[in-house]
Ligand binder design. Structure first.
Ligand code: TYD
Length: 132
């Protein structure tokens, strides 16, 4: 497990004349075994999603379409922002980061997750998160 969020440059195979393929592989360019994949879409651009942290879950997020802005906060209150504007960029998010997410109207967010879904892994109160 890594402790800081960072961008992963996912290789693009192909060319502008043919189009591209990008590959995600657990323990290769993704720093964990992938247990779950989900995607979100049709999020209106005035809606903010996220507003939670995960106790154990690690994720890599890709904007396969559109532009997605992530604002991340650690338990010390340090904030960092990332803009996902290319299907060849991945954002690694370790456990224990509070996230808020904004979407362009056409955005599709792909999430590669290290664990199966578990509501007990969520921290949904910012006050509780900041007290950790
Ligand atoms: P949540 O992770 O809070 O989404 P976001 O951060 O994009 O706002 O999930 C939204 C709802 O969907 C919440 O009620 C939990 C449910 N959910 C599942 O049932 N299974 C899943 O794998 C995920 C990711 C969410």
């Amino acid at each position: 497990m890594k402790n800081n969020p960072y961008l992963i440059n996912l290789s693009s195979i192909g060319s502008s004349s043919l189009g591209y393929i990008t590959v995600a592989e657990g323990m290769e360019n993704i720093p964990f075994e992938i247990k779950r994949v989900y995607w979100t879409y049709f999020t209106p651009n005035d809606v903010e999603r996220g507003n939670h942290a995960h106790k154990k879950l690690e994720q890599v997020i890709v904007a396969v379409s559109g532009v997605i802005k992530f604002s991340l906060e650690d338990i010390k209150g340090n904030m960092i922002e990332f803009v996902l504007d290319s299907p060849s960029k991945g954002l690694y998010i370790p456990s224990m980061y509070w996230r808020t997410i904004k979407f362009s109207h056409n955005a599709v967010l792909l999430c590669l997750a290290s664990q199966h879904y578990d509501e007990n892994d969520y921290i949904r109160s910012l006050n509780l998160f900041r007290k950790k």
